[in-house]
Design a protein around this ligand. Sequence first.
Ligand code: FAD
Length: 326
Amino acid sequence: MAERPASSARPVEFDLPVHGGFAPVGIGETFPDDTPDADELEIAGEPGQDPAAAFRRTLGMFATGVTVITTQDGEQVHGMTANAFMSVSLRPPLVVISVDRRAKMHALLHEGRRYGISVLADEQRSLSDRFAGRATEGTEEVGFDLVHDTPLVRGALAHLVAKVVRSNWGGDHSLFVGQVEYARYGEGRPLLFQGGRYRHLLERAPVFSSLPPEILAVITAEGVERTFEPGEFVVREGEPGDELFVIIEGEARVEREGNALSTFGEGEFFGEIAVIDGRPRSADVVAVSPLRALAISRDLVRSTVEREPRAAWAMLEVLAGRLRDD
Ligand code: FAD
């Protein structure tokens, strides 16, 4: 038998036999009618909290990616943001989505209908908002590609087209199991969602990765995302500066009088000198490549450092490293 090229080497689980052809007893039966209400749940923690809200918050601790589910109904293309997407089986290829019974999407899906799944990339947050009905002014136009008569959001990190083979009642949501007919993936970073907020995947963040999650959550939620073209100034020497920048993606170069002093990449921060001493910027910072950065205000940096000595120490370590390099 010809050897498979390394790039398409299959994980070992593909070659393990799947026993039987029948589901074990109990699997495949419908959901029980006597499911408890959220009010009957035992919720640990603060007494008096709303059980349904606490249940929701508990589920929200599970980090997911974000997808846009799409379907075509006659001439109409409809999309809906969903994070309740899961792989079910490799053989046969099955996935499942969970759709609110009140959603318009719910009325469009049924057995035999195809749906598309577009896994959103990190920079497609505005599309997630749009397809969740939260579009803000100025949201860019959405482009769709049609595959197997199914619309898919252009530019997404991965695409799947699935045909609904089973649908199940799941309380106030329904589950639509889809047999996958098409799959494509690309390179890039996914948009993440956890604790009711979008998150960024910062793989190398010398200061920020050492912070406790509750502080990191405040910083990423309150920081403002900015994008810069290659060659664009992020900060200019002499300007007043009250923001520190953390690079989400790309590179930035620090320059003084046209001389390059250092280059910062993903996860690193810059702009701290003016934030700490309150005086004008001491150098220019220019985007080397397309740059995405989180701008964090002086007040936020200050309150973080005051609340969390580990943040202060981690920042001092980075600054000391910069002094040594100079
Ligand atoms: P609508 O609310 O009518 O439409 C959704 C939005 O998409 C509208 O703003 C509409 O203008 C826009 N839109 C639709 N089609 C097009 C098109 N062709 N071109 C341009 N814009 C279009 N709900 C679930 O049921 N399951 C989940 O797993 C889920 N996960 C979520 C995850 C996140 C991160 C978020 C933010 C929301 C999630 N929701 C989920 C909520 C869900 O996205 C919203 O309730 C959504 O509004 C329901 O959509 P709908 O089908 O009722 O359609």
